[in-house]
Every structure is written in C-alpha cells, then in structure tokens.
Design a protein around this ligand. Structure first.
Ligand code: PLP
Length: 491
C-alpha cells in the first residue's frame, strides 16, 4: 500500500515514510492510494480484545510494517496504559451507545492515537536503518500537549518538548503538564498566547541551519500533529470494535446498519469513522456535531466552506476551531482522488478563507448529517442525561448527544447509533458540575471532588491527587527564547 499527497506531489511513499514526514512538501496530507477491506469477518472477532482489532485494522493500512512490528506497537501502546480493562467500553444510555474513548492516561480520546504514535514512529525510523533520535516539538492549547507527553514519556529513541501559553490553559491542564514525569520530557510555559507558541514552533521547524546542527547531533525534529497519518489510522480500529460490541450486546445483528455521531473539531475522529465505513462497516449516516463554531455544519449542508466568521470560545474548547485540517482528506476521496481539484480548493482557502465544492462532490455529502449545539443546549443535555439515566457526559460528548437527538426527531431515523465519547466528565468538571445543578466551587480541583461525591462516578487516576503532585517543570520563557530552550534541552 502506497501513500500520496492530497495535493498531487508525484512521489509515492510507504506508510513508514509518511508517518515520519507527517506533512507532504506541497503541504498536502498523506492518504492511502486505496482503502483496504476489513481483513476479517466481524462474526469471527466477537470474542477478541480491542488490541486484536487494532492490530488487524492498523496492519491493513500499514502493510510495510511486519506483523510482529505492528503487534509490538499495539502491545506497547495499550498494555497498562488504559484504566478500563476493555480499553474502549461501549455503554448504553438514553437513546445511544457511547464508545468511551477516554480511559487512557490523560482522560481524553487523543490518548487512543498518541499512545501508539511514538511506537509507529520509532519503528519507522528503525525500518529505514536510521539511527537518529526523534524529537517531538509541540505547541499546545492544553489537551494535545499533555497526551503527547504521556505517550512519548520514556519511549526509547525519543525526546518530547512542549510549549504552552502561560495564560491560555486551564488550571488542571497546567498542573497536568507541570507534573509530567519522564526523563525525555521538557515543558515550557511561553509568555504569550497559543498562536505565539504555535508560530514559535513553526519557525524552529523551518530553520534549516538549526536542523543541520541537530542532525550532526543525531537528532531529527518531528511533530505529533493530528494530520499525521500515524494518528488517524489507529482511530479507525475503535469504530470497527464498537460495531462488534453492538452485536455482542444484542443491539444489532451482524450486517445491520448503524449511525455514528462524532463531536468534531479538526475532522480527524469522524474521518476515521468514514474510513471504517469504507472498509466495510455498514454505516448509514455519519453525524457531524459542532459547537457554536458551526463551520462544518454549514459546509456539510451547503457545500460552501467559509471560515470568515466570528470565533467563539465555548465550554467544549477542543472543538473551537474554524479550519478543520483533516477535511482535506475527505474532499480528496469524494473528488475521486482528484488532487488538482483539492490543490485549487485549498488555494482558495488560503487566499479567501473560503471555497465551494463542485456539485458532483456535494451529492456525495449525503452520507453525512450535521448539526450544532450552543453552550446552553450542551449544558441542558448533560443535566437531562444525568437526571434520567444517571450517565455523565463531558461537554464535547454532550454536543454530540444533543445533535444526535435533533437528528433523530427531525428524521425519525432510529437506527442504533454509536456516539464517540471523547473526554472524561472530570476533564471539564466545572461545566459538568454546573450542568447537574451543583453550586459553584472555588476552583477546578474542588469541582472534581464535588462531582465525584455527588455522582459516584470514579475519578480517573490521572486526576487523583493531581493538585498536590510535585512540580517538575516551572520554566517560563519568551517566544524569542524558544529555539535556545530546544537547543539546551537536547544537549
Ligand atoms: C480533539 C477533541 C475533539 C475533536 O476531535 P477531532 O478529531 O479534532 O475532530 C473532540 N473532543 C475532545 C475532547 C477532543 O480532545
């Protein structure tokens, strides 16, 4: 299986190459030249653990890795790193089945991919007989940085350096980062906002003299960004697994259709569900849920993508996004692999922050349904679900549930539906506490205690005692000191 750029770069790569490079030099994203069929019959896999699904699904896409290599990546990623024994529990509540993707080390679904990416990356480097150490550089607004740190901590052959804005992350997120253990972990707080941190990281990546200097030291810079194909492919596995669990739980018969609803930001998670459908999972509708930043809702209903609009900060911050990078991959597939079409759409996006897809592509959007929830609707969904079913959703998952209920009443479509549940309710404890009617607590940590006491839902281990854990990283630097900080950390 070869990988190529969505924007037409001629070169074809193996998956290991694509994982190492991350982004193509024409700024396109790597896509598989064809989407493999499921390499097994679902009915033969019903009693298999999550890791068996992961090995087979990832192996079908990354066939230049040996079976032993994939086996070892999957085992390293998912052994003793998830609190739930099933890794991905599937729970029925209200009108849907929740695919709980948040039982990893940082209590959000990004752990599903960031737990395995370090192993896919270091294995890829080894396969190429390259003995460079990989250094991951990341700017974060909170969640990704912590999940990347947890994934890369103490993985041999890697270093991880994270920059976060000193006034742009929550108290809990900052404490999570400052207490991260691992001999290869480096964390810096930046005087500035997220954009400053992001620009600083980009500048370092573009500095070819610096790259040469690091190369001489045996180090290669890389990114754990969500556009890396090594983050996308592992996410396909849980939709296949989720389908099998619905059969096992008696919700459907093998072969029956399901709907999948995904709370969406950068379009990675829902794209993985699209790939699962293309592999053979019978999906009727993919329901794309947005918060008040409803650029995707508008796009999927009109075929016009228009990022010229106000940006809102919401209580589902991981979906506060106006340009969803992974949408480019969907457009590529819907266009019939027409990379010149994609290059021209993306040029419009760069120039005008806007594009419209041709009508033949619009017709294919009918696989999707889309909707949005504002903060009030999100909070109401959390409160109602808890009151009626004693099931606790985080704000992102609640956006999805609200949009799904809207879809269901509008269409009368009662097809059994999986909802991607993307974060622990404790990750956004202040909003959750207010939604279930608890009084305002003095800080985030007290909110966690209060929600736990009220609901009895277990607190993830990564939050227990977080407040009093020793601070291991306390450096605050200016943006123009970032490069020196990297050089120092890698000495
Ligand atoms: C990142 C994230 C999302 C959005 O996922 P995408 O793949 O970017 O669409 C949703 N919920 C949570 C909790 C997240 O961290």
């Amino acid at each position: 299986m070869k990988y190529r750029s969505t924007r037409g770069e001629q070169q074809e790569l193996t998956s290991a190459d694509a994982v190492i490079r991350g982004l193509a030099s024409d700024r396109g994203l790597y896509v598989p030249e064809e989407i493999p069929a499921l390499p097994f019959a679902i009915k033969d896999m019903l009693d298999q653990p999550y890791t068996a699904f992961a090995e087979k699904v990832i192996g079908a896409f990354f066939d230049d890795y040996t079976e032993e290599e994939i086996h070892s990546c999957v085992q390293n990623a998912y052994t003793n790193t998830f609190e739930a024994e099933e890794i991905v529990p599937v729970k029925h509540a209200g009108d849907a089945w929740f695919l709980e993707l948040y039982h990893g080390r940082t209590a959000a679904f990004k752990d599903m991919a960031l737990s395995i990416l370090p192993y896919l990356l270091t294995t890829a480097v080894k396969k190429q007989h390259d003995d460079h150490k990989i250094c991951i550089l990341t700017a974060t607004s909170g969640d990704t940085g912590k999940a990347a740190m947890a994934g890369f901590a103490d993985v041999p052959g890697t270093e991880i350096i994270v920059f976060y804005p000193n006034n742009g992350v929550s108290q809990v997120q900052e404490q999570q980062m400052r207490t991260q253990e691992g001999k290869n972990v480096h964390v810096f707080s930046i005087e500035g906002n997220f954009d400053d941190a992001q620009t600083g990281v980009k500048t370092i990546f573009q500095d070819s003299d610096f790259a040469k200097k690091l190369d001489a030291q045996g180090i290669r810079l890389s990114s754990a960004n969500s556009i890396n194909i090594g983050r996308l492919v592992p996410q396909i596995a849980y939709y296949v697994y989720g389908y099998a669990q619905l059969i096992k739980q008696g919700a459907i018969e093998d072969g029956d259709s399901v709907n999948i609803t995904v709370p969406t930001g950068n379009f990675g998670n829902i794209l993985a569900a699209y790939y699962a459908k293309r592999m053979g999972i019978p999906v009727k509708k993919l329901i794309c849920a947005s918060n008040r930043n409803r650029v995707l809702t508008d796009f999927l209903t009109t075929g016009v993508y228009d990022a010229n609009r106000d940006f809102y900060q919401t209580n589902s911050p991981s979906m506060d996004i106006l340009v969803s990078s992974n949408l480019e991959r969907l457009l590529y597939h819907l266009s019939g692999d027409d990379s010149s079409e994609i290059a021209s759409l993306m040029e419009s996006l760069d120039k005008d922050r806007k594009y419209e897809i041709p009508s033949a592509m619009k017709d294919k959007l009918s696989l999707f349904s889309a909707g949005s929830a504002d903060m009030k609707q999100t909070d109401a969904a959390i409160g109602e679900m808890y009151k009626k079913n004693h099931y606790l959703m985080d704000t992102h998952t609640a956006v999805a549930y609200y949009v799904y209920e809207q879809y269901r009443s509008k269409t009368g479509d009662h097809t059994p539906t999986l909802i991607a549940s993307t974060a622990s309710p404790y990750k956004f404890a202040d909003s959750v506490a207010a939604s279930i009617g608890l009084p305002k607590a003095e800080n985030n940590f007290r909110c966690i205690d209060e929600v736990a006491e009220e609901t009895g839902v277990p607190v993830p281990a990564s939050f227990k005692g977080l407040e009093s854990r020793p601070i291991l990283h306390d450096q605050v630097i200016r943006v123009n000191e970032m490069k020196d900080a990297v050089a120092d950390a890698l000495k």
